[in-house]
Design a protein around this ligand. Structure first.
Ligand SMILES: [Zn+2]
Length: 268
């Protein structure tokens, strides 16, 4: 009897495995590409306008910039932030005040500690931040980058559902997906780069190509600063992506996640 149960379980597991493989084959990146790559840059820094944008534009590659509403760079250089969107980059929502979990980061001020936030408060903050960004770039749809990848407010209550109502997709953190099946575009994994070399950045996109999935970079400072990527490392990555452009689709987080949403719709 016990042996029969085991046989049945093995058959079921095999069936499920082959079903998963088949479903995954149905997911196709555009133009027979093998993986998608999203380059995202956080915190609305001058180094994005001064270093990242010229490098990206020299390769004609489009990226997403998650800019909190309270950043000095957005205040001081608004026309330049507007212009990057006209050139095909995305200005993503990163909240107004960059609230994070104060239990995890000692630099978080009490008034911007997610543990002191209500759901109504984060909802209104994201809404207001969307209005501000719309005033800059005229867009009514954009994606969200969870500040510090934290997604819970007071009482450990998730605010992912609120994000889902206001954005087409959202970026969190986590490892590269093994499969495109059951991908949640409202909670996409990404890798927080911290002084890594060009070779390490390239190894990351190669992993996504091996899996046929997606590599999303979470960059912060470019060419000097915290959680830095050097101009040289970024350039090395982009040279590699250009040389292998038949395999990699590099685009904004908005464009790539919209494509995923449509493809997933086709599978169902
Ligand atoms: Zn941030």
């Amino acid at each position: 009897m016990r042996r029969i149960v085991i046989y049945v379980l093995v058959i079921l597991a095999t069936f499920e495995f082959s079903f998963a493989q088949d479903s995954d084959k149905d997911f196709k990146w555009p133009e027979k590409k093998k993986a998608a790559v999203c380059l995202t840059f956080d915190d609305g820094q001058d180094s994005h306008l001064d270093n990242a944008i010229p490098i990206l534009d020299s390769f004609n590659m489009k990226a997403t910039f998650y800019c909190p509403g309270n950043k000095e760079s957005l205040h001081n250089r608004t026309p330049e932030w507007k212009k990057i969107v006209e050139n095909g980059h995305e200005l993503g929502n990163h909240s107004l005040f960059h609230p994070c979990d104060g239990r995890l980061f000692d630099w978080v001020l009490p008034e911007y500690d997610l543990n002191n936030y209500s759901r109504a408060q984060i909802r209104m903050e994201l809404y207001t931040s969307n209005t501000l960004l719309k005033a800059v770039d005229g867009k009514t749809n954009r994606t969200y980058g969870y500040p510090c990848s934290n997604f819970k407010v007071h009482g450990d209550s998730t605010y992912v559902d609120i994000v889902k109502q206001q954005f087409s997709a959202a970026r969190s953190d986590g490892p590269i997906p093994n499969t495109m099946q059951n991908i949640d575009i409202n909670f996409m994994p990404s890798w927080c780069v911290d002084s890594h070399t060009g070779k390490e950045l390239i190894a990351y996109v190669e992993e996504a190509r091996k899996n046929g999935t997606i590599a999303t970079f979470m960059f912060h400072s470019v060419g000097g600063g915290y959680l830095n990527v050097s101009n040289e490392a970024l350039q090395e990555l982009l040279i590699y992506l250009k040389e292998n452009e038949e395999d990699y689709w590099v685009d904004t987080f908005y464009n790539v996640t919209n494509y995923i949403a449509n493809q997933s719709g086709n599978i169902e």
